[in-house]
Design a protein around this ligand. Structure first.
Ligand code: FAD
Length: 549
């Protein structure tokens, strides 16, 4: 049996390694047009930021390693030009010699990955403009930074790569501007969480401009459509990626709805004996079952393993994608899993949303607050997605939530998770448990939440709403929601009887806890329509700021 794999980064090498574990007899060849293989693309921003000393640390394995450990032949500098699915062969060009030859296969795995999208901005071919997709891109950027020593950079696009690179270039002492055409940074997040991300780099002196249109790039600046000139000795285009599917489509392989290669759960394409995995392949969403394209290294390794298994007689089957991801920007961790509230609504769910701000561990051991936004289906209570922003402990909370969602967990299940606790690691009730309690109270405990967006909408529509600020009079004096009355929780017991029991009433404090206590008090006294403001004044302020731009 002869297996040919095209592409030798995350998916291709995972596929080949698994194929070898299944079969000692298979002849396995990987063609890779690049010179680097099996590298950590995810580590590249950290090399450019000086956290990884040597580029070689990102690609510790070479073809000799694969030959000796797996008996897999990796031919770098070899581009596959075409596939003949009937004759079961590929045409390959040796890029060093120019020789073109044909090689036959029994089974073929496409692991051709993705490439950076470069928007058609005039001046994008200037010598100071880069994308970051592979090791050669990274080395080009490193050389440019060392030789030209630009003092400023503009990053166009604010997905996770753009924000990671913002941190890296700041670490090199550069003045960084983030430019985003959408009204918010980190387009995958809901706006009310993205605003928290946006505010953070500004504190370190990063200029952030959203909703911009770019007219031109020059050798030392980016010029916006409104004429503003942004200093930019270096320009990084991080405006997303597109799957490399041309080779596949030319051979007759079908694409899916997302434009990536359509595969079944065994990573089989539409053509016999041809598999696809990693960034060139489409996935399906765990929650909706619908096709999605979430090109991530975590998924590429997984789907590569499945392709390698199934190509050699195995039966591993993919269980879907949640798009779980995390990144760090200047000390802030930003993570998400599952559907955003926007995606959930677009998918037809009636959503219940909560925001909870809690420390990752006790404050006496330096605990720092994170904000968790969680989304559940009102009809079933099923968790649909979560987003977390905070300095510490975000990684484990997002993974717990991703695990719960993967297994069809409901809001009510979160409170019962038996999570590890000791003061250096967590609080007695972990932030994840609180999230479950709040969601469950809203769903079944008759303790409904109102989001900041919903309250602002009511205010705009002039719908009568009694808004009670339950914080101290001093906090109220400093700032409060327009139209709110100040009734600190301790006072509320005395003055509740003077309030209208039938009015739509919203209670709030800074983060939601005292607001919830006030809500309980009123509901227990027979008030009918009392909502706690989800995430409290903090969330309201962030959303209002976002909406007023
Ligand atoms: P690729 O890495 O794109 O590799 C495909 C290979 O196929 C390429 O080397 C290409 O040269 C080769 N090829 C294509 N066509 C041919 C042909 N015709 N003939 C021969 N060879 C061919 N993911 C995460 O999960 N977490 C992160 O933190 C993260 N950070 C990232 C940071 C950066 C800066 C970047 C760029 C990506 C990051 N990713 C991250 C994404 C992750 O790196 C990719 O999802 C992963 O590399 C995909 O692996 P792949 O093997 O499918 O494709």
């Amino acid at each position: 049996m002869k297996l040919i794999v095209i592409g030798a980064v995350a998916a291709g090498t995972s596929a080949a390694a698994k194929a070898r574990r299944n079969s000692e007899d298979a002849q396995i060849v990987i063609y890779e047009k690049d010179s680097y293989i099996s590298y950590s693309g995810c580590g590249m921003p950290y090399y450019l930021g000086g956290e990884v000393a040597r580029a070689e640390e990102l690609s510790p394995r070479d073809p000799a390693f694969f030959r000796s450990k797996y008996n897999v032949e990796i031919k770098t500098g070899h581009e596959v030009l075409s596939i003949d699915p009937v004759g079961k062969s590929v045409t390959v060009k040796n890029l060093a010699t120019g020789d073109i030859f044909s090689d036959s296969y029994d089974t073929l795995i496409l692991a051709t990955g993705a490439r950076a999208v470069t928007p058609p901005i005039p001046g994008r071919e200037s010598s100071n403009v880069f994308t970051l997709r592979n090791i050669n891109d990274m080395l080009r950027i490193e050389t440019f930074l060392n030789e030209r020593k630009p003092g400023s950079a503009a990053i166009i696009g604010t997905g996770f790569i753009g924000l990671e690179m913002c941190e890296s270039l700041m670490r090199r002492g550069m003045q960084v501007t983030l430019l985003e055409k959408l009204p918010q940074v980190t387009p995958g997040l809901d706006g009310d969480m993205a605003i928290r991300v946006e505010e953070h780099p500004k504190k370190s002196g990063v200029a952030v401009k959203t909703g911009v249109s770019i007219a031109q790039i020059t050798e030392n600046s980016v010029i916006l459509a409104d004429g503003t000139e942004i200093p930019a000795g270096l320009v990084l285009l991080s405006t997303g990626v597109r799957p490399n599917v041309e080779l596949a489509t030319a051979a007759g392989v079908s694409l899916g709805k997302t434009g990536a290669i359509a595969v079944d759960t065994h990573m089989r394409t539409s053509l016999p004996d041809i598999y696809a995995c990693g960034d060139c392949a489409e996935e399906f969403h765990v929650v909706t079952g619908q096709p999605v394209y979430r090109p991530l290294g975590s998924t590429a390794n997984k789907t590569g393993r499945i392709a390698g298994d199934c190509a050699t007689g195995g039966s591993l089957a993919y269980r879907g994608t949640l798009g779980t991801g995390i990144f760090r920007v200047l000390g802030l961790s930003v993570a998400q899993t599952g559907l955003s509230a926007r995606e959930a609504r677009e998918a037809g769910y009636d959503t219940v949303v909560c925001h909870s701000t809690k420390p990752d561990k006790p404050e006496y051991l330096g605990g720092k607050e994170m904000t968790i936004k969680a989304i559940a289906d009102r009809a079933t209570g099923r968790l649909l997605g979560a987003q977390i922003v905070g300095p510490e402990g975000v990684d484990k909370r997002i993974d717990v939530l991703a695990t719960a969602i993967s297994y069809g967990g409901k809001a009510e299940d979160l409170f019962f998770l038996d999570l590890a606790y000791a003061p250096p690691f967590a609080t007695t009730k972990d932030p994840v448990l609180y999230t479950g309690m709040i969601l469950e109270n809203a769903l079944h405990g008759a303790r409904p939440l109102m989001t900041a967006e919903e309250l602002l909408e009511r205010q705009r529509a002039g719908e009568p709403t009694v808004i009670i600020d339950t914080r101290t009079p001093e906090s109220y004096q400093k700032s409060h929601i327009a139209g709110a009355v100040s009734i600190p929780l301790a006072e509320l017991r005395k003055s509740a009887d003077a309030l209208d029991r039938d009015a739509v009433t919203v209670t709030y404090c800074n983060k939601g806890v005292t607001g919830n206590a006030a809500q309980n008090l009123l509901l227990n006294r027979g008030f009918r329509r009392v909502y706690n403001l989800s995430g409290g004044m903090n969330q309201y302020t962030a959303v209002k700021k976002m909406q007023e731009r």
